[in-house]
Design a protein around this ligand. Structure first.
Ligand code: SF4
Length: 73
């Protein structure tokens, strides 16, 4: 199964992911960075198995993230 991978340390908190895909992303009030909801933390990387219905939208979010901190693996 494919996974969404977020390199959270790269996030600059622009908020585009949370705007475009609020079912998967939320902005942290603590540090202003994006939180990938229900993701598992592995070292400093957050990983979430990808639901097929989220696939297209996630690809769009990956394209617009200004620091390329989101990937699919
Ligand atoms: S689009 Fe990228 S830089 Fe912007 S909040 Fe989301 S993860 Fe962070």
């Amino acid at each position: 199964m494919q996974k969404i991978v977020q390199y959270r340390n790269k996030c600059i908190g622009c908020g585009v992911c949370a705007e475009q895909q609020p079912e998967l992303w939320r902005m942290s009030r603590k540090d202003g960075k994006a939180i990938l909801l229900r993701a598992v933390k592995k070292k400093e990387i957050f990983v979430l198995p990808m639901n097929n219905s989220a696939h297209q939208k996630t690809l769009e979010v990956i394209q617009v993230c200004p620091v390329k901190s989101i990937k699919i693996s």
